[in-house]
Design a protein around this ligand. Structure first.
Ligand code: F2R
Ligand code: MG
Ligand code: MG
Ligand code: MG
Length: 313
């Protein structure tokens, strides 16, 4: 019988993939109605994941390969991410990420490629946040998760919003993973904890907006207040809200995220990772897992990382 830490690790990593794969069909849709959702949920076609999961698996393998030394090696990670894009460029990558990976593979140092992007602003996309969840499995605490997230993000996301989105998502994943699913989640305390660890005032203001939307807001209202595009500043808080609405029901978290529209694969992926890190894999509908490509391999990678979790978890 599977241990709790194994169930949570599998939940976290397979949550990323299932949310991404279910959301991919709706990415860029302004909103998603109930009929579309039901059709997608009941289909029997293979669920294909996108760049979100592909790069999450790269980071997961990167962390798993550093068995005794929990760290991120920026130089190695930059090359590993770029090679994954080159291996399967059709997974649906953002324009900025494609340009950075191309330059890294042709010899430009990652720092320069990352900083030059978007006319020297760097990317504020959610691409660093969408891949960061596995850090929660190896971090020793929230500030360690944030530090590892920062280092994993800078190789592609030089803009402070791209980086802070990854730091917030990593911290949220750590707290969700280490929460007890046998006790109702204290959502205010969860947001308080995040607010204490976030350095920037503009991000703390986002957390306050999330707080005002708890319970009452429909996905459409939430999207209109927070935004739902591929910027980290909009989509990371929206994913957090989807988790907080249904912290014990991954299917409902995913439905809420999808109905909000916009960057659906990424928002559902980030949200589902939080919920299933808390509940464990058994709470995710098995029909979805059965349709997911490479579910067995992803589960095995989660097991490897779970061995790295501290015994208290
Ligand atoms: N890219 C997509 N989806 C659209 C194309 C998919 C296509 N239909 C297909 O199937 O091939 N999805 C993936 O990209 C998002 C993650 O993006 P990432 O990795 O952060 O990339 P990028 O390009 O750096 O940023 C995303 C967009 O944000 C805007 N942006 C970012 N920084 C900006 C800046 N400084 N100035 C202006 N705009 C900026 C741009 O529009 C970027 O393209 C996820 O949704 C993933 O699923
Ligand atoms: Mg994607
Ligand atoms: Mg996509
Ligand atoms: Mg996306």
């Amino acid at each position: 019988c599977m241990s709790d830490s194994l169930r949570k690790a599998r939940g976290l990593l397979l949550g990323v993939a299932v949310g991404d794969a279910l959301g991919a069909a709706f990415e860029g849709h302004r909103s998603v109605d109930g009929d579309d959702l039901v059709r997608q949920e009941r289909a029997t076609t293979r669920l294909r994941y996108t760049d979100d999961t592909a790069l999450t698996l790269v980071l997961a393998r990167h962390l798993a390969a550093r068995s005794n030394l929990v760290s991120v090696d920026e130089d190695a990670l930059a090359t590993e991410l770029a090679r994954e894009w080159h291996r399967e460029p059709w997974r649906g990558y953002g324009a900025g990420s494609r340009e950075i990976f191309e330059r890294i593979l042709t010899g430009t140092p990652w720092r320069q490629a990352s900083e030059d992007c978007f006319g020297g602003q760097g990317s504020y996309g959610n691409g660093a946040a969408m891949r960061v969840a596995p850090i929660a499995l190896v971090a020793t605490g929230p500030s360690h998760a944030i530090e590892l997230a920062r280092r994993s993000a800078v190789v592609t996301h030089a803009h402070h919003h791209g980086r802070h989105g990854a730091m917030l998502q990593a911290c949220a994943a750590f707290l969700a993973l280490n929460s007890d699913p046998g006790t109702p989640l204290d959502r205010q305390a969860f947001l308080d904890h995040l607010a204490r660890t976030v350095e920037r005032t503009d991000w703390r203001t986002r957390l306050n907006t999330v707080r005002t939307l708890l319970d009452s807001a429909s996905p459409a209202v939430a999207a209109s207040h927070l935004g739902n595009d591929a910027a980290a500043f909009t989509s990371v808080p929206l994913a957090l809200l989807a988790f907080l609405q249904y912290p014990d029901q991954p299917a409902e978290t995913i439905r809420y995220a999808l109905r909000a529209g916009g960057d659906t694969d990424t928002i559902a992926s980030m949200a589902a990772a939080l919920t299933t890190a808390r509940t464990g894999i058994q709470a995710l509908p098995s029909a979805w897992l059965e349709r997911l490509e490479q579910a067995t391999e992803i589960g095995e990678l989660a097991d490897t990382l779970a061995e790295r979790m501290s015994p208290s978890q």
